[in-house]
Design a protein around this ligand. Structure first.
Ligand code: PEP
Ligand code: MG
Length: 537
């Protein structure tokens, strides 16, 4: 017997495997001072260390010999007396137990840094630091995922810290929450893990049940087999170059290496904040230079578009303290962080310039969440004063989308973040599973806004691109070319599918498709019009 649960599909491939339910990890709290005193905080730290030590014993006794040795080595570092003494010095200065331990570990790591033999020790130290801080905050760390086998994991939603822990056994993902542009969706698309998000009722599928994850069909079929999977549109290989350039979205060295194996021309979106999701202190300019340089060196040939930090809301970065906000998606996020964290944005640009010089790569920089022409001008002036970059802004707010003509002469390029633009255009939280239909990129309200952006950018002499998840849909990418965008940037796993679609159409065909889509009046009709036009090629 099979039953069908509908959601929003991510990716083009289907998978069948058993369901495994997981509880996600909460983010670590920001470091803070406390008035409880050094004696009380030392006791808190001692008992957290004891409890993590007991956890490591338990993990060690349940694992193979090699893993047991690793846990033993972690315990050795955990119980290091000089590390404890360094922490107490911070507690003396008024920091809480978690903060003091985190700071001491960072100092310790810095002492070991630079020596290749200690690289792994540093990673171990940071792991221990996280475990101790989590224990103090009462947070369970680790998803406890199986390391072997093949499972479709089911959870409410997965944070960046959670997805970083996905093991090779994760062959499919189902979430109850999260929309088509949630972090889970972005990561799964980039790693080619078939996923269906926004699936109400997924928690009710009993663990161990075999399910078909059918992303093209936007559904999960309980008891389904691969032969039931919905097929994606296929494009014959024409041997031609795509109508417009296809770049890749990356967020890590692994992404950059994988993107270099595709036909991507450069990078259209490097999400720098993904490098810092587990960092508890601000990385130095030199450290940033090294991180960026390794990614720039590995990235596909062509310009590399780097976005300055887009922390806040769905992307928490521990060392950037965020104000507690009622509605973080409408709060101090993206470029607005310049209010309290100007030094970090400046350090990013300095680190990037140093990486540009050491790698010889062409770098375009852009700021996220720009709402006014003044912000765009301020960012452009700052970026140009710190490096030899092409400078642009993301178009993610309805305000800046309405001001394109005024950006003439201020920026070299724009890149439309349709994930956020949809969220703000439709006043629909991108994490709210009940609003997935409004976040569907095929909504006429978004498409007509995109048409205006592309034509006004062209008139203003500004290069235009789209790097939101919508550009990873091959049919949507053809629409974007027909609307007049100069390039698209797709998730690395989708680059070649998007390239094939863009190579299968002529410029006239893309424009004709865009006309049909612009005339349609609902999200169903726009998509149907595009798919019909492409199927008739
Ligand atoms: C977007 O908003 O479309 C975008 C590309 O940025 P992010 O998804 O990282 O917010
Ligand atoms: Mg965005």
């Amino acid at each position: 017997m099979s039953s069908v649960l509908n959601g929003l599909g991510v990716g083009l491939n289907a998978v069948v495997a058993e369901v495994f339910h997981v509880a996600p990890t909460a983010a670590l709290p920001a470091w803070s001072k406390t008035s409880s005193g050094v004696a009380a905080e030392s006791e808190i730290l001692k008992s957290a260390i004891a409890s993590v030590s007991a956890d490591l014993d338990r993990l060690g006794s349940n694992s193979d010999e090699t893993s047991a040795e690793i846990f033993e080595a972690l315990k050795y570092l955990l119980e290091d007396e000089s590390l404890f003494d360094m922490s107490v010095a911070h507690l003396d200065a008024g920091w809480s137990a978690g903060a003091g331990y985190g700071m001491a570990v960072n100092e310790f790591s810095e002492m070991l840094a630079g020596d290749a033999a200690f690289e792994e020790r540093i990673a171990d130290l940071q792991d221990i630091s996280k475990r101790v801080q989590a224990s103090i905050a009462g947070i369970h760390v680790g998803l406890d995922l199986p390391a072997t086998g093949a499972y479709v994991i089911v959870g409410d939603d997965f944070s960046p810290a959670d997805t970083a822990q996905f093991t090779p056994a994760v062959v499919g993902v189902i979430t109850v929450k999260g929309g088509p542009t949630s972090h889970t969706a972005i990561i799964c698309r980039s790693r080619s893990i078939p996923a269906v998000v926004s699936v109400a009722g997924a928690h009710e599928i009993p663990a161990g049940t075999s399910v078909l994850v059918d992303p093209v069909g936007d559904r999960v079929v309980v008891g389904g087999s691969l032969s039931d999977a919905t097929q994606a549109l296929a494009f014959a290989d024409t041997g031609r170059e795509p109508l417009i350039e296809v770049r890749a979205n990356v967020g890590s060295l692994e992404d950059a290496e994988a993107a270099a194996k595709t036909g991507a021309v450069g990078v259209g979106l490097f999400r720098t904040e993904l490098l810092y999701l587990n960092e508890s202190s601000q990385p130095s300019v030199d450290r940033q230079r090294d991180l960026y340089a390794s990614i720039l060196a590995a990235a596909p040939e062509g310009p590399i578009t780097v976005r300055t930090i887009d922390a806040g809301s769905d992307k928490p970065v521990p060392f950037l303290k965020m104000p507690g906000e009622e509605n973080p998606a409408l709060g101090v996020r993206g470029y607005r962080l310049i209010q309290d964290h100007r030094s970090f944005i400046e350090d990013q640009l300095k680190g990037l310039e140093a990486a540009r010089i050491s790698t010889g790569r062409e770098i375009w920089v852009m700021a996220p969440m720009i709402a006014t022409v003044q912000e765009a001008a301020e960012f452009a002036a700052l970026a140009r004063s710190l490096g030899e970059f092409k400078v642009g802004v993301m178009v993610e707010t309805p305000s800046i989308a309405a001001l394109l003509p005024d950006l003439a002469g201020i920026v070299d390029f724009i890149s439309v973040g349709t994930n956020d633009l949809s969220q703000y255009l439709f006043a629909a939280d991108r994490m709210n599973p009940s609003l997935g239909a409004l976040l569907n990129p095929w909504q006429p309200g978004l498409i007509r806004t995109l048409e205006r952006i592309a034509s006004q950018a062209k008139a203003a002499g500004i290069y235009s691109s789209v790097c939101g998840e919508s550009a990873s849909d091959p049919a949507f990418a053809v629409l974007l070319a027909g609307l007049g965008f100069d390039s698209v940037s797709a998730s690395r796993s989708q680059v070649d599918a998007v390239r094939s679609a863009l190579a299968a159409v002529s410029a006239d065909q893309a424009v004709a498709l865009a006309k049909l889509v612009l005339a349609a009046k609902s999200a169903e009709d726009t998509k149907t019009a595009a798919v019909a036009a492409l199927s008739a090629l």
